[in-house]
Design a protein around this ligand. Structure first.
Ligand SMILES: *Cc1c(COP(=O)(O)O)cnc(C)c1O
Length: 419
């Protein structure tokens, strides 16, 4: 499975993010590697299934009829384009020009629906009738169950039992949408275990279509999910041109869990070195405390869920349980593209601690009247980290990946509302 030789022999490899030759967007090669990260480490029994998925995806990727079907849904069902909003009062605080990409305004409240719809259209074209998915906090589960209701397809969502109890509202939504929620009782009963169980089920039922919710998993998933989220930067380009007369920002910022909203935000700018890219990962209580999900900061190379990446693991290769205040960011791995971008210096990464994210969430709420998802608040906290580097004429585009309704329990614990 190790295709390292092929990568090293590729003359484009040293132009880190080239799109020429064999390399695709983000520097991915034909085997799904971004440098040393990525690939497809899957059991033999899934080989044919994943091959057919790859063929089907690369066949429809640039197909005009697929694109028109997909874009019609994005427009009329999701409500795209999402606004690119100039945040005037926030900009004044940071002495620069901050534009927010409002993925929080999408149907179902976050960017995840973009990907769920893309994959379900692909599944339908492949003649699949049963969809499976994993979910942690339940956001991807809800997006997938929504897409399945829309298409009239069977939906099974694997979810750790701990998460089923913690995220009961999302469980109720999935059930109302007609999905079967399978509580997973092995391991810590969280996202990692739910993903293992989904893969196990997929091995025994390879006719199912597995909708993965982020830029993780075996090739082609990271590339495919990134592609379905790339509408975010496609819109940023023309929206900037319309609003400021040029189609690129000086800074792009997003939070990274598995990396899908970030990949969508960066996609059309990866090879544009006028654009500095800064990612936020979840520092939890602090990277030195061990209570963290800051994979890029403290991870080491390993294999999880079918791909090679940076992982939080002990010396024996046992995955350590990540911690973050944000359920959407506490994954022990990270999308292979983001591991690669950080390694070659294309992105700068800050670990944002719980308290910094909370502060940023309250700041945005009070300055702009937007309650962000706690995941997105990690991206907002980057503004404070980078404040001294901003110039008054700089253009900063920051993706607000989701809305904060789901996080109100967390937020109210940290403040006393006005009496
Ligand atoms: C799931 C989620 C994330 C993290 O996932 P990525 O794949 O890294 O984008 C971020 N923000 C919100 C609102 C989410 O629901």
């Amino acid at each position: 499975m190790d295709k390292q030789e092929n990568i090293q022999n590729d003359t484009n490899f040293n132009s880190p993010l080239g799109v020429g030759g064999k390399l695709g967007v983000g520097g991915i090669d034909n085997f799904g590697f971004y440098g040393e990260f990525g690939g497809a480490y899957i059991p033999e029994i899934l080989h044919g299934t994943v091959e057919r998925l790859k063929e089907a995806f690369y066949a429809i990727k640039d197909d005009a009829s697929f694109k028109s079907e997909y874009y019609d849904l994005l427009k009329n069902y999701v409500g795209r384009p999402s606004p690119l909003y100039f945040a005037k009062r926030l900009s004044a605080v940071y002495g620069t020009n901050i534009y927010l990409k409002r993925e929080d305004l999408n149907h179902t409240g976050a960017h995840k629906i973009n990907n769920a719809l893309g994959q379900i259209l692909l599944a339908r074209r492949m003649g699949k009738t049963r969809i499976i998915a994993e979910t942690g906090a339940g956001q991807h589960g809800v997006a997938t169950a929504t897409a399945c209701a829309l298409m009239g397809l069977e939906c099974i969502v694997f979810m750790g039992k701990t998460d089923v109890e913690r995220q009961f509202l999302n469980v109720q939504k999935m059930r109302m949408l007609g999905a079967t929620v399978e509580p997973v009782t092995c391991g810590n009963m969280t996202l990692k275990d739910a993903t293992n169980e989904a893969i196990r089920y997929w091995c025994s039922n390879p006719d199912s279509f597995y909708i993965i919710g982020s830029t993780v998993g075996p090739h082609p998933y990271p590339d495919m999910v990134g592609f379905f989220q790339s509408v975010i930067s496609e819109e940023i380009k023309w929206q900037l041109l319309e609003q400021i007369g040029r189609d690129y920002p000086d800074y792009l910022m997003a939070c990274v869990g598995g990396g899908s909203n970030a990949m969508g935000t960066y996609y059309h700018y990866i090879n544009d070195d006028r654009v500095q890219i800064i990612s936020a990962e979840a520092g939890g209580l602090g990277i030195e405390t061990g209570e963290t999900a800051a994979t890029i900061s403290i991870g080491t190379v390993g294999i999880i869920h079918g791909f090679r990446t940076l992982l939080m693991q002990d010396e024996d290769g046992q995955i350590t349980e990540p911690y973050s205040i944000s359920a959407g960011l506490d994954y022990p791995g990270i999308g292979p593209a983001h591991a690669y971008f950080a390694k070659v210096g294309r992105t700068k990464v800050h670990a944002i601690n719980d308290d910094e994210a909370l502060e940023a969430a309250f700041e945005l709420t009070r300055l702009e009247g937007i309650i962000p998802a706690i995941e997105s608040a990690h991206a907002l906290a980057l503004l404070k980290k980078e404040k001294d580097t901003f110039k008054t004429n700089d253009i900063v585009v920051l993706t607000v990946s989701g809305r904060g309704d789901k996080d109100m329990d967390t937020y109210v614990k940290y403040f006393t509302p006005n009496p």
